[in-house]
Design a protein around this ligand. Structure first.
Ligand code: RB5
Length: 146
């Protein structure tokens, strides 16, 4: 599995923690920054991750900002993206099983690094359940064309 990851300044520290986790799990990833804590605009950093996942260059993406909200809104503007803002392990599993989410968003100012690690591990590990959820995913795609 190949992951794209980025943050804004508000998610920089948690992004470092999650990249460390990806290293420990031997998960391949490309880091789109930023390289410093200087204030940046989250849509600029959501863009390469969301477009990379939508194009198929990456299997999934991880986006982090202060709340996770700006990143999730930005990513969900890109056709083909199902970005889930998650701050608990139950939702991490459910959004993979039910929504086949292809990007995970989290807020560094909302949760601590320990819980974020558990969320990422669960999200990476949980397969899409298919079945009735396929129909709903197809309906999400229809909404993109309206
Ligand atoms: C930056 O201050 C903050 O607005 C951003 O990280 C994010 O929380 C936006 O949704």
């Amino acid at each position: 599995m190949k992951i794209a990851i980025s943050s804004d300044h508000g998610g920089n520290r948690l992004r470092q923690e999650i990249m460390q986790l990806l290293n420990e799990l031997n998960v391949e990833y490309v880091d789109y920054g930023p390289d410093s804590d200087e204030s940046v605009d989250y849509p600029d950093y959501a863009s390469p991750v969301a477009n990379g996942v939508a194009s198929g260059e990456f299997d999934r993406g991880i986006l982090i900002c202060g709340t996770g909200i700006g990143m999730s809104i930005a990513a969900n503007k890109v056709k083909g993206i199902r970005c889930a803002l998650v701050h608990d392990v139950f939702s991490a599993k459910a959004t993979r099983g039910h929504n086949d989410s292809n990007i995970l968003a989290m807020g560094e100012r909302v949760i601590g690094p320990g819980l974020a690690r558990e969320i990422v591990a669960a999200w990476l590990d949980t397969p899409f359940e298919g079945g009735r959820h396929e129909r709903r995913i197809a309906k999400l795609a229809e909404l993109e064309d309206k």
